[in-house]
Design a protein around this ligand. Structure first.
Ligand code: FAD
Length: 136
């Protein structure tokens, strides 16, 4: 019994002592850049995003797909805003090939919709799972 409890406590402590496994650590695709942030939030609407920004006193960092590879998406003790919740298509004009989207949408999500209209994205980076807002 003590052994089982001891093992359980050991794994709980181990989990929280490894920064990459803890909830409030933001990393990128390489997993080489764990950054401790004050909080991680994922707004689902623009008004939610506005409220978060308005009420936060310190620095703010933003991430999309987090495929960048140098820790560019986060900063120490900053509030981290995960933009992937803002992924809606706001407007699509098939005739004039114009689209308005929220910044957290991925190219893949856009392609899935415009595919049905026999359209495709003309230029993007290597991967379609990058977000529009993460575009360099
Ligand atoms: C396998 C691989 C292939 C790649 N190929 C290419 C390539 O062909 N061409 C190329 O240019 N790059 C490439 N990259 C680099 C990079 O991942 C991409 O440039 C991509 O745009 C990152 O998109 P993301 O959504 O992951 O952005 P993230 O990595 O999440 O963010 C990138 C930067 O944009 C900022 N950002 C993110 N979202 C927003 C937002 N909504 N508003 C304001 N700022 C925001 C972040 O703070 C960060 O500084 C590649 C990376 C990998 C791992």
């Amino acid at each position: 019994m003590i052994n089982r409890t001891g093992n359980f406590l050991f794994f709980v402590l181990l989990f929280f002592s490894i920064p990459a496994l803890s909830k409030k650590v933001v990393n990128d695709i390489t997993k080489l850049n764990p950054i401790k942030v004050s909080d991680v939030v994922m707004p689902k609407t623009i008004s939610e995003l506005k409220q978060l920004v308005a009420k936060h006193k310190g620095q703010i960092s933003i991430g999309g797909g987090r495929y960048s590879q140098g820790g560019q998406t986060a900063c120490e003790n900053c509030l981290f805003i995960d933009m992937k919740g803002l992924n809606r298509i706001k407007y699509l004009d098939v005739k004039n090939k114009k689209i308005t989207v929220e910044a957290g949408i991925t190219w893949r999500e856009i392609q899935k919709v415009i595919d049905k209209e026999n359209l495709s994205i003309k230029i993007m980076q290597t991967y379609s799972n990058f977000t529009v807002g993460g575009l360099p």
